[in-house]
Design a binder for this molecule. Structure first.
Ligand code: URA
Length: 195
């Protein structure tokens, strides 16, 4: 089976297992993830917003445009990478995802990562970071890396985690945007080292 088929199976499992049926019933659709299944980098956001819910793809709204600009600034094409979220349905009124919702989707994110096997996982925002570094503070950890182990039911593999501020936070706070752009600029050299 190809990676694309494996990913499609995980998406189907989420649907078949009625994960977060309450969220699902209020959302337009499941926003599973998009991009290159052979990507060296996977970006992990928080949860779909209004635009993502309508389009069915992560980061296609305002935050997505900023992400696109930052990718362009480091000469990375969106079709080289893979993007997903911790929670895969839009929380009503864009509220923060609940701990139970994040926990419910966590095994599926690990399966997604285990299929793609990126060298670098980049978390966007504190919700995503906290799934990998539960005690971490984004104000202290942004721009730093650490080794993580992705544990799927059948396998585990090591990769590097880079924790970044969320682009949405950068839209409204100039100091966060400066930090995010600075942290983002380290990605190419980091990737070169990992290759
Ligand atoms: N914010 C996120 O965390 N994810 C998206 O897909 C869009 C906005």
């Amino acid at each position: 089976m190809t990676k694309t088929q494996d990913l499609q199976n995980i998406k189907q499992q989420i649907l078949d297992n009625n994960v977060c049926s309450d969220l699902a019933s209020q959302a337009t659709q499941l926003v599973f993830g998009s991009g290159n299944p052979d990507a060296n980098i996977v970006f992990v956001g928080e949860a779909p917003g209004k635009n993502e819910d309508l389009v069915g793809e992560p980061f296609v709204g305002k935050a997505g445009h900023l992400l696109d600009d930052m990718l362009q600034s480091v000469h990375i094409d969106r079709n080289q990478i893979y993007i997903t979220n911790i929670v895969k349905y839009r929380p009503p009124k864009n509220r923060d995802p609940l701990p139970l919702e994040k926990a419910a989707f966590w095994p599926y994110l690990q399966k997604q990562l285990a299929i793609i096997k990126p060298k670098l996982v980049v978390t966007l925002g504190r919700h995503s970071m906290a799934m990998f570094v539960p005690q971490g503070k984004i104000s202290e950890l942004h721009g730093t890396t650490q080794e993580i182990i992705i544990q799927d039911t059948e396998q585990s593999f090591k990769c590097t985690l880079l924790t970044l501020y969320h682009p949405s936070a950068a839209i409204y706070r100039g100091s966060v945007k400066t930090a995010l752009m600075q942290d983002f600029s380290t990605i190419p050299s980091m990737l070169a080292k990992l290759n």
